[in-house]
Write a protein that binds this ligand. Sequence first.
Ligand SMILES: [Zn+2]
Length: 436
Amino acid sequence: MEHLPSAAEMLAWIETVVGRGIRRPGYPADAWTERWLAEVLTGFGLEVRLEPVEVRRWRPGAGLLRLDDGTSWAGMPLPYTAPALGLRSRIARLADARPGDIVVDELAFTELPQPYVKTLATSAYDPEGVFDTLVQTIPFGPRMMEVVEPALAAGAAGFVGALTGLPWDTRDYYVPYDAIERPIPALWLSGTDARRLLTRLPCEAELVAGSAIDTVTTHNVVATLPGGSPHTVIVASHHDAPWASAVEDASGLALVLATARHWARVPERERPHNLTFLLTSGHMAHAAGTRAFIDRHRSELADVVLELHLEHAARRCEPVDGTLVPTDDPEVRWWFTTRAPRLERLVERTLEAEDLRRSFVLPPDVFSPMPPTDGAFFHPEGVPLVHFLSAPMYLFDSADTIDKVDVAGLEPLARAAVRIVAGTAGWTPDDLRTAP
Ligand SMILES: [Zn+2]
């Protein structure tokens, strides 16, 4: 696999993308990244198209909560919630709320014991044996994206999300990202600020949450290489992000670019199938890019042997005094794999060959009807898939900076992607499609 770039080259790509700033759907940094990806892939010798994807673009303004005694705290408006220049009302905890209140609800991230995940997994590659004791903090509470819904059900006029149960201090939690326009203004407050607020409730308050929403055209970057069969393998990630995010998913872009460069330098007859490299837009707007790709190419999906998504080369972090400190370990690696024994064996052999420790092979629907990945919507279409994803607690936060990238994992992950693509040689799309 001498055509794969080094970890240093991949890290330089990640730094280039992160250096442009916040890449939310429709933001200038994301549009720049689309053009840059197209140039890089063209430079590798691939044929590149930009396919339009309409997204709802959300841009926040000021966020502030002010009590009548003059105390105030800055907050982050929740994505796609309603704007308010100054909503004055009573503010109370959810349990004490009356209709028309600003409702305060606390959020704690879910702790996922790995012995439990082991019972759900198809297999594990865990040479250290850490899965018997390890607990992973995932970047969601028990309600996942539906953080505002209890307040809406209580008739709230506004919502304050108290991030008291996060392992570090932040208000930059970019959730929900389903692009549903919820009808009340809403703010995240950091744990430190929220704990001070909670001691004063109920009282009178004013909530300011600036934001603007419009519709803009973004693009999926679609690059192709002809290969040695009439069928296709897709290798994909997404180019948008909640922040200038390094792990989410500048790291996935680097892995897809690395894989594309490798196969571009291999003679056409040695490529197992036609190869499509897909970098989607609008992941942070309900996977708009993946859905648009599927709608546009639905008639071709029956020819797809495998859809391989690559997301999040992440270092596991530990909270120290209210901040996150990266460890030398990778975050737990999930490999959502269609239930087809030869595909599961291919992934298992690959994890061992590349020593990708802390890996689980999981059925695609183990946590929810679709895998929690950018490529989720391929699953109900019946497309055989392998989706690599890790879910570190900082995934949706501005703390997702370069130091969180699992640099040590970049080369083995890129080699794993190449091995999995190569391993499909001679397979036909029907081989992996499970019987109904
Ligand atoms: Zn991602």
